[in-house]
Design a protein around this ligand. Structure first.
Ligand SMILES: [Ca+2]
Ligand SMILES: [Ca+2]
Ligand SMILES: [Ca+2]
Ligand SMILES: [Ca+2]
Length: 461
């Protein structure tokens, strides 16, 4: 197939539809994205969101998700998917591969009153190969489609939007894919640089005096670019004195004890900034870190609800593994075939503390999940108990932290940044058990990884 001629041919085919497009329903083009998580999730080239807290993208106007198709425009070989739309040019309606196939969908933007940059941005969940995708813009004055090869940046810069606005200031565009590779379009947007979102949610809120503390900005993101600079304001005076460069995490030792109002400022590759804050209480206490490079470091695997019947136990395994470390060469690997529909897998560690004493406990760790959507999602369990967790009832009764194991829609295993703070009172034995793991709530096989567990225990304030 001659790729250079194809868009022209299609342009002729599509031009007959042009006059009707957009003018019929300009308002339908600016529907808000379906969910915030869809918006923030998994756009190609972005730092993965490491929590599931919604991070509202700024400036929803002029922003369409891949699902916001304008069906008054031509379309072919497109399928709705949770993260947008899939383009499958080689689909021939049966199962065979059509090497000359095309996939295309159209979108319309209401640009009334818009005077910003003449730029169309496309965010791909799974981008098309180079030189196989095109953007068609409806040129109303010349009554034709102007076809532009999609650049690797997926940002289409125009000299002016003027030729592409109809009498109602509507911009109509077609995204077209050729070849035999599927691609997935996540969003489209007209406008200037999007502000980044600073997020400190992976940073613990208690710290042990004189011990290393991880300031984490891994949950921050820039929807249309990359984060170039992370800066921290340790003493809360508005001056960001700690420059972490492009490192999303940095170690800091807090001294003296007290309450700190810590600020994070992130700067994207276009120079735009955003800030976030967290109050961190620093006091004497116990600090414990395990990166699992030299063994279990006091942690131990445990399971519950893995028995199907007499002599029949589901397959499960919790092991130190080199398959996917966050730090060093090893992490903890947890996997199970959840035929019981209720299995629980975790690692636990015992700490010996004063009896009958109230403590504030923080457990922070890296958690890798490949679960991008709702199907098959298990839940994270993380808790602190004053007795050895042995059964499902033990941990259920303790008011554990439970959270979905979604990874934000990113393909493959993605490291998430988890931190949980709990109050617990020891019993007569002075024992404290911390646990981190997963609870199988769908009857499917799943695998997860845990690494870099930091525990901080301070007397309850
Ligand atoms: Ca940006
Ligand atoms: Ca400061
Ligand atoms: Ca490790
Ligand atoms: Ca146990």
């Amino acid at each position: 197939m001659d790729l250079h001629k194809t868009p022209l041919v299609i342009g002729l085919l599509l031009s007959v539809c042009l006059a009707a497009a957009c003018a019929t329903s300009p308002d339908s083009a600016i529907d808000a994205p379906q969910t915030l998580s869809t918006v923030q999730a998994g756009v190609q080239g972005f730092a993965p969101p490491s929590t599931l807290e919604p991070v509202p993208p700024p400036d929803l106007r002029r922003y369409l998700t891949g699902m916001d198709i304008d069906f008054t425009l031509p379309y072919n070989n497109q399928w709705f998917i949770p993260q947008g739309v899939q383009l499958e040019p080689a689909w021939d309606g049966i199962t065979l591969i059509d090497f000359a196939g095309l996939a295309y969908v159209g979108y319309s933007f209401d640009l009334a009153g818009y005077e910003g940059r003449s730029r169309l941005q496309l965010g791909w969940y799974d981008p098309p190969p180079l030189k196989t995708a095109w953007v068609g813009l409806a040129n109303w004055g010349l009554d034709r489609w102007d076809w532009l090869a999609l650049p690797p940046s997926a940002n289409v810069e125009l000299d002016s939007l003027e030729p592409y606005l109809n009498s109602e200031d509507c911009l109509s565009t077609i995204v077209l894919a050729t070849g035999t590779t599927e691609s997935e379009l996540h969003w489209l947007r007209v406008g200037d640089n999007l502000k980044p979102c600073a997020n400190m949610s992976g940073t613990a809120d208690i710290a042990v005096l004189g011990q290393p503390f991880t300031l984490s900005a891994l949950s921050s993101l820039d929807l249309d670019g990359t984060l170039a600079l992370y800066e921290w304001d340790i003493d809360g005076d508005g001056e960001y004195e700690l420059n972490a460069g492009d490192a999303a995490q940095i170690e800091h030792v807090f001294e003296p004890a007290g309450e700190y109002h810590v600020g994070l400022r992130v700067t994207d590759d276009m120079g735009a900034t955003d800030i976030d804050f967290k109050d961190i209480a620093v006091s004497e206490g116990i600090y414990d870190f395990a990166g699992f490079e030299t063994g279990w470091q006091g942690w131990a695997p445990d399971v519950a609800d893995v028995i199907v019947g007499l002599g029949d136990e589901i397959y499960w395994e919790i092991d130190l593994s080199t398959k996917l470390p966050f730090s060093g060469t090893h992490s903890v690997w947890l996997t199970a075939d959840n035929r019981t529909d209720a299995c629980k897998l975790w690692v636990e560690k015992r700490f010996n503390l004063a009896p009958d004493t109230a403590y504030t406990v923080n457990i922070s760790y890296k958690f890798a999940s490949e679960i991008g959507g709702e199907i098959g999602t298990w839940t994270i369990i993380a808790g602190a108990m004053n007795a050895d967790p042995e059964t499902g009832y033990d941990i259920f009764d303790q008011g554990l932290n439970r959270e979905w194991t979604y990874n934000g829609g990113v393909p493959g295993f993605t490291w998430l940044d988890k931190t949980y703070t709990m109050d617990v009172t020891t019993g007569a034995a002075g024992e404290l058990y911390l646990l981190a793991g997963v609870w199988g709530v769908f009857e499917v096989w799943q695998t997860y990884y845990i690494d870099d567990i930091t525990v901080q225990i301070v007397p309850a304030g």
